[in-house]
Design a protein around this ligand. Sequence first.
Ligand code: 9Z3
Length: 305
Amino acid sequence: MSDSPRTEIEEKVKAFLDFNSQFSGRRTVIITSGGTTAPLERNTVRFIDNLSTGNRGASSAESFLRVERGDVSYSVIFLHRKSSALPFMRHFAVLSGSSGASFLDFDESSGVIQVVSDENLKSALRDRKRAESERRLLEISFESVEDYEIVVSSSCQAASSLGNELMFFSAAAVSDFYVPSDSMAEHKIQTSGGGMKMNLHPVPKFVGKVRKGWATEAYVASFKLETDVSLLEQKSKNSLSSNEVHVVIGNTLKDRYEKVTLFTLQGIGVIEKQGVSPIKQGVSPIEQELVSWLVDAHTKHIESS
Ligand code: 9Z3
C-alpha cells in the first residue's frame, strides 16, 4: 500500500466520526477482527495464514451496536480481514453451507428464490440495516500484516481526537512473524532449488503502539490466545504490562467461545458459558457479557481520566 490508502482511511474515519458526533453519549469502538496474512512473495502466490474466522470480532461488534444505556451508545469502526465474518451478515453463512438448501425455496412460476422465514436471519438483517441506515458501522478491510499496520494506525490516529471516548478492541489474530516487503522475493518462489530456509522477522505489537502513540487516551482491550492453558495467565500478564493496555482477555483455542479470562491491574475475572458458539447462535452470550463488562470499564476510564 502507498501513502494514499492512509489518507483515504483517515478521511473515511473522520467523516464517520463527524456524523456520529451529533449524538450525545455516542462513543466509538475500533474493533480489529480476523487473521492477517504474511505473504512470501511480492506477487503473492503463497502466504502464511492463521485460524481466525472473525466471529469473535463480528459478534462483539453486534453487541456494541446493541448497547443502549441511558444515552450511551456505540458507533463501530470494524477493521477486518477480507472475507472474514462481518457483523450480522455472518449469520447468513448458513445459506452457503451444506444445509443451505433447506433455508431456500424456489418458486418455478415466478422464478423467485426466497429465504425460508428464520427468526435469527430476520433479526440479523433488521439489525444490520439499522446500523447501516444510522451510519453507526464503518467497515474497512485488510489482508496482509502490512495492510493491518496501515488500517490500524490510520484509523486510530484519525479517531484519537475522541480522547477517552474511544475504545480499541483488538480481537484480530495478527501474524507474529513476517517477511518485510523489502526482503521479499518479487515473483513466485521456484521449487527447482529443492528445500528452502526462510528468515522471518518478528512483527511489532501494534496494540502497544496504539496505547503509547496512536491513541494514547483510548481505553484499550487486547486478546491473548494460547493453546497450552498453563501458559495463559503468565503470557496475559506479560502482555498487560509490556503493552500497557487496560485489559488483556485471555482465551485458549479449543474453548475460546465458552470461556475468557480478564486480566487487569486490579485483578482477574472469568466469563464462562458452556455449550455455546457465536457461529450457531443469534446472540453470542460470551461476547454479550464481555461487551457489557467493557462498557462499564470504559465508563470508569472516562470518569477517572
Ligand atoms: C483472539 O484471541 C481471538 O479471541 C481469536 C478469535 C482470534 C481466538 P475467531 O476469529 O477467534 O472468532 O475465529 N485474538 C487475539 C490473538 C492474538 O494473536 N493475540 C496476540 C498474541 O496472542 C496479541 S496482539 O500474542
